[in-house]
Design a protein around this ligand. Sequence first.
Ligand code: ADE
Length: 216
Amino acid sequence: MFTGLIDCSILKRAQDKGLVEIHIHNLRDYTTNKHRNVDDYPFGGEAGMVIQIEPIDNAITSLKQQRMYDEVIYTSPDGEVFNQKIANQMSSYENIIILCGHYKGIDYRVREHLITREISIGDYVLTGGELAAAVMADAVVRLIPGAIGDEQSALSDSFQDNLLAPPVYTRPAEYKGWRVPDILLSGHQANIDEWKLQQAMERTERLRPDLLENKD
Ligand code: ADE
């Protein structure tokens, strides 16, 4: 699933341009048993299986021997909720490991000893962490200079100043009687910038007032 996601869109473009490398590792490749099993029964007799610490530790140790990592992230609904601020911070990192969570659960010692940060992409439960990892990768990679066509546009994204982005329009200036705001056609850049800021403020107050409370 993840391979499909990283081989298209922004993630593909950024990799092709040499701006980022994304490597996928299968825990089975780090097992030592003949069947390449990565899970086992839980202590204490709960239902279901649990991913063992050994293949995870082997994988992380092997990767750390090749390069330094800024963060070893675990995707989980009980983590810190991912947002633009975290994406900005991660975009300045050299290397990140993302360990995808799994519905079976992983041996908790991994989280106690090997993980540096746990991240959720929202208050709902996914079947595995792959989609969460892809969401984070997209949000982080697009911030790397050169990854998206117009570098200015990442800076004017919604959330970059804890403000939603203002509306945008293109030609025709009138369609079925629906007109583009006159100010945008005025050619007066200072007034246009002022209008955009007002729109961003108004939309944020109306749609996401919580963002204004969290402004730092
Ligand atoms: N794994 C399952 N649900 C998740 C979520 N909401 N965020 C990150 N990882 C998850």
